[in-house]
Design a protein around this ligand. Sequence first.
Ligand SMILES: C[S@@+](CC[C@H](N)C(=O)[O-])C[C@H]1O[C@@H](n2cnc3c(N)ncnc32)[C@H](O)[C@@H]1O
Length: 269
Amino acid sequence: MSQSVDLYGTAYGNFATHALEQVRRETYGEDFGQSSWVTGQEYRRYFRLLGLRATDHVLDVGCGSGGPALFLAREIGCPVTGVDINEAGIRAGLALAREAGVQDKVHFRHADVREPLPFSDQAFDALVCMDVMCHLPDRRRLFDEWRRVLRPGGRALYTDPVVVTGLVSNEELATRSSTGYFEFGPPGVTERLLREAGFEVVLTEDVTDNEVEVSHRWHAARQRLAAELIWLEGEETFAGLQRFLAAVHRLTAERRLSRFVYLGRRPGP
Ligand SMILES: C[S@@+](CC[C@H](N)C(=O)[O-])C[C@H]1O[C@@H](n2cnc3c(N)ncnc32)[C@H](O)[C@@H]1O
């Protein structure tokens, strides 16, 4: 069985190192500090799908290192609040916001989103959640919270990179979930839970291609920088992350696991 491996602690703890910057550049082309499967082109499309405007306050659930929240704020000109359970990620986000001089517009807060969100009712116009949902239990309760913090007419867009669309062995599932807690489910479940929580499901789309390409480039970039990364991460973590990325690539290329994007809307004006 696969050993567990700390992807986010490694990525956020070493966020500003030359090696990780280089890996992100080679992986994503446009590096805005992401550690998911999302590229700049894909994220910009999601901003359009959400119909974001400069006056919208956006909540980024599982904001990682904060780079994606700053990217969103730069592209749209809107205020963004990011929450994540990983303290190194929040520290990296706060440092980025300070460096960019946007602390008044982009806020970060350490929070475990399995708990009630630390925000008042209807505090946000929109919500993004990129490749985080698979780490969270009790999705229905989470959607209730999203509905509470969104204003009527507010939109929520999220991706799930581990939708089960084929046959996967227990060993493959163990390697795919070696970076933390994971929930795997078939197509259709998340839409039903969104509806039960009172959302209209506006869009469901297969976006697996991005995960196929990003996982391949991420693995190749890390392999090229192996010496530097082994020095930073240690041999065991390096090998574990390479096994993880290879499994992601194989399972998505063969469409046994797929990535979907979902757009929900809280009914209202
Ligand atoms: C794949 S990363 C995505 C990060 C960011 N959205 C991005 O696009 O770069 C998943 C993130 O979910 C966060 N996460 C996992 N469980 C969480 C929880 N219970 N509460 C808050 N954040 C959580 C992890 O710390 C990690 O930063």
